[in-house]
Design a protein around this ligand. Structure first.
Ligand code: ADP
Length: 399
């Protein structure tokens, strides 16, 4: 593996024949030899390449080998390159080359001893290769450490999401239980009361008028149970992508009018009034049942959170879409909460106001999106909210 690491060697000598002879000695597979005939040429090459070793002739006209080494020492890029000085005069080799801090320094004497040259170069080349291999290993280790860190972060995020999901599920279960219990409690109390009357033979408790009222109460409780269950089913349909949209031609104003008529008893029970303003007859290709669900959800919320003040519904058209607007003057929604109420199970706790499962707006938005539409919300805390549903006139798809 080490032998696959390419090494570059620099040889510097003013005499071409010396360069040729030296290159012939040190050339080998996996080594690239660069020749320089002066200190300047050598410096230019040193800036371009990363060398495993520089072999410098000491006696050169202009810049001699020691001066070149001095310059190499002063440059960050070259200061660690090992240097072998070559000189004919034994005397020169006694000069310790001073100050060459961290690069290895060695000496060769002319005439060159073939064996000495080869073995010295091999040692430096091997050292270089080992250093390179270690650097690569360190890099690989660092990379795998970073990958592990990224994985760990992802794992932590997933863990947090899971914890949050479990919390939401537990929370949701207790809300569901509570919401189911309320109408069921009503029904069981009514039933027990009727059994008591029956046991006592009190026929006056079952006059036609009273039976009407009882049946209405039962119907309301059962309807609310069905709505809760339908909402939960819708959420799972949305999750599995099977909330079907069956488009047909729908007259929006007519549909809103019908819904308001259907909700009249609830509106009266909520103690508020609802006005309808139809600006244009809007007809489009939508799923009537689902759009009805949207209107009912928005109106139910307006009744719930509208502080018993008048609610205004508007039907209008824009260039390419129909608009349904439901405006209340109730408790309003803070900017922070506006961002989250369209998510499933999100409810804003507000004491004194009865709450649902926190699914209504989620389902509403998903239905509108399935019609390629969108919902706009304008609200100020304490002053009320306006939900505007925009539905493109063209056909819809499936969520
Ligand atoms: P819920 O069934 O709890 O009403 P929704 O998804 O319909 O669930 O609404 C989510 C939350 O948004 C509600 O709990 C309520 O806090 C807030 N909200 C919805 N509509 C209104 C409104 N018209 N005015 C004020 N707050 C609202």
């Amino acid at each position: 593996m080490l032998s696959k690491i390419q090494t570059k060697l620099l040889i510097v000598d003013d005499l071409p024949e010396n360069l040729l002879a030296l290159e012939a000695l040190i050339r080998a597979e996996g080594r690239q030899v660069f020749q320089a005939r002066s200190g300047d040429e050598a410096l230019a090459l040193l800036l371009q390449h990363e060398f495993a070793l520089a072999i410098l002739d000491v006696q050169m006209p202009g810049m001699n080998g020691f001066e070149l080494a001095e310059l190499m020492r002063g440059t960050e890029r070259t200061k660690h390159i090992p240097i072998v000085f070559v000189s004919a005069a034994g005397r020169e080799l006694n000069y310790a080359f001073k100050g060459y801090e961290s690069g290895a320094v060695d000496f060769l004497q002319k005439p060159l001893d073939v064996h000495a040259v080869k073995s010295k170069v091999t040692v430096f080349v091997e050292l270089y290769r080992q250093r390179q291999a270690i650097n690569r290993q360190v890099e690989a280790l660092e990379q795998s450490r970073q990958e592990q860190e990224t994985l760990l972060c992802e794992l932590r995020a997933t863990q947090d999401e899971l914890r949050q999901a479990v919390r939401m599920r537990d929370n949701f279960m207790s809300i569901v239980a509570h919401e189911l219990r309320t109408p069921l409690n009503g029904l069981i109390l009514e039933t027990q009361l009727r059994k008591l009357y029956l046991a006592k033979g009190r026929a006056e408790a079952f006059t036609l008028d009273k039976l009407h009222a009882m049946t209405d109460r039962d119907e309301r409780q059962i309807t609310s149970l069905i709505r809760l269950i339908e909402d939960m089913l819708d959420v799972s349909r949305i999750r599995t992508g099977s909330l079907s949209i069956r488009p047909s031609q729908v007259d929006l104003a007519q549909l809103v009018t019908q819904v308001l008529e259907g909700l009249s008893a609830q509106i009266a029970a909520a103690g508020c009034t609802v006005s309808l303003q139809v600006e244009a007859a809007v007809s489009g290709c939508w799923d009537e049942f689902r759009i009805e669900q949207v209107i009912v959800n928005l109106l139910t919320n307006a009744m719930r959170y509208g502080a018993k003040r008048p609610i205004a519904v508007r039907v209008a058209d824009a260039a390419s879409h129909g608009i349904i607007e439901v405006r209340d003057q109730g408790i309003g929604i803070s900017a922070d909460n506006q961002a989250r109420i369209f998510q499933q199970f999100e409810r804003v706790s507000s004491s004194g106001v009865s709450q649902g499962l926190g699914l209504g707006l989620y389902i509403t938005e998903q239905i509108v999106k399935a019609h390629h539409g969108w919902i706009e919300l304008q609200s100020t805390e304490g002053q009320g909210s306006t939900f505007r549903v925009c539905l493109p006139l063209a056909a819809a798809s499936t969520v």
